[in-house]
Write a protein that binds this ligand. Structure first.
Ligand SMILES: C[S@@+](CC[C@H](N)C(=O)[O-])C[C@H]1O[C@@H](n2cnc3c(N)ncnc32)[C@H](O)[C@@H]1O
Length: 368
């Protein structure tokens, strides 16, 4: 059923938190949306919670926030960085001189995207944590040039950036079917458990895998191997181990954008869960934990005080100097990662790096 009355535009605004101007361009079909303009059959945006379960939109229940804030030491899942403002700040981080990962991975893709296409041939491209899909355009261009484009599926928990980038991509690639999926990695992998005759390549760029602990990483790779069928591909971007000074500079930039990004997690919780975090009472800290080969990003409480999260019926008493761990960003050894992938049946076909070995891109195929 197509719903087009103006009251429904309000509903879209409410569900998605998207701009009113933008929502006029959409029509709602069930719980999915299609762009009203040309090629609308080629662009679809859906909620994974809906398509995966057939249920109505599942609201975030915040159990993970309660769990993280009631244990010692406190932590919060890094997915809460990404609301509209957080996604915007991440885009700014990608442009910072200290933040080498984005420009290095971009350079690798610029050089090797055609080779990746030559390995995989035509396939459905499924991107986890797609964000603005900026680097993805290098892959899409290469598939297009070799006439191997079939379908692009960007998946992201951040609704606003997913919509904005899907609209842009539809303009840039008017003949490419795009199915944007709003939801978490977990939901995405549950959705993709259904077998498909199409060849698929799941890709996970930006070293987002570094946000998982070692155990979570193993589980994630196992899931990827379960979801793919023999002969399908997995392309993984990983940040490599390097001197602490380079790493710490990348997460403590001179302009303070990473600090704003870290603190924005609290504003996100304020609107999502009706919380009353005072951002002035927390400060950003990022350190490299050499033993664990990981950057650890914290918010440090400056003063003993309570915080209420009304929607979660939760009051948290913070002590001065107490920390909340908001992100780990593990730094990898290429050979170790290759072995980990191989042990899950994800056979590395080719490893691409930059001349300074700052970043690695591994193309794997699920063993036949
Ligand atoms: C570090 S950014 C990387 C963006 C892009 N892939 C890149 O390489 O520049 C991580 C992206 O993953 C999304 N994200 C973070 N946690 C997620 C989760 N649990 N499920 C789905 N998406 C997530 C964020 O919204 C963000 O767009």
């Amino acid at each position: 059923m197509i719903i087009a009355a103006s009251i429904q535009a309000v509903k879209v605004d409410f569900i998605l938190g998207i701009d009113r101007e933008q929502s006029k361009n959409w029509r709602i079909i069930g719980e999915s949306m299609q762009l009203k303009q040309s090629n609308q059959e080629l662009l679809q945006i859906e909620y994974l919670a809906t398509v995966a379960t057939g249920q109505n939109l599942v609201k975030d229940d915040g159990k993970d926030v309660i769990e993280g804030l009631t244990k010692t030491p406190k932590s919060l899942p890094s997915k809460y960085f990404y609301d509209r403002q957080g996604s915007q700040l991440f885009e700014e981080i990608c442009q910072l001189p200290e933040y080498y990962p984005t420009r290095t991975e971009t350079a690798i893709l610029q050089e090797y995207a055609p080779e990746i296409v030559a390995y995989t041939g035509a396939c459905e491209l499924i991107e986890l944590g797609s964000g603005s899909s900026t680097k993805t355009r290098l892959l899409l261009d290469a598939y297009y040039q070799q006439q191997k484009s079939s379908k692009y599926v960007p998946i992201d928990v951040s609704e606003t950036i997913l919509q904005a980038s899907a609209i842009e991509l539809q303009k840039e690639y008017p003949n490419l079917p795009i199915q944007g999926l709003i939801g978490t990695y977990e939901q995405a992998l549950a959705y993709y458990r259904n077998a498909s005759d199409n060849t698929r390549m799941i890709f996970f760029l930006g070293s987002s895998i570094g946000n998982f602990s070692a155990a979570e990483c193993d589980k994630f790779l196992e899931e990827i191997a379960t979801v793919l069928k023999a002969g399908d591909y997995f392309l993984l971007g990983i940040d490599l181990q390097k001197p602490a000074a380079i790493l710490e500079a990348a997460y403590n930039d001179a302009q303070g954008v990473t600090a704003a990004f870290n603190l924005n997690m609290l504003s996100h919780l304020n609107w999502r869960f009706q919380a009353d975090f005072n951002l002035d009472l927390f400060s950003h800290q990022a350190i490299y934990n050499q033993d664990q080969s990981q950057i650890e990003m914290y918010l440090i409480c400056q003063k003993t005080h309570p915080v209420h999260l009304k929607k979660l019926d939760l009051t948290v008493n913070f002590q001065a100097s107490e920390s909340i761990l908001t992100e780990i960003s593990r730094k990898f050894n290429l050979e170790t990662m290759e072995k980990d992938l191989e042990s899950q049946g994800l056979k590395p076909l080719k490893v691409f790096t930059d001349p300074e070995n700052l970043f690695g891109l591994i193309l794997c195929q699920l063993s036949l």
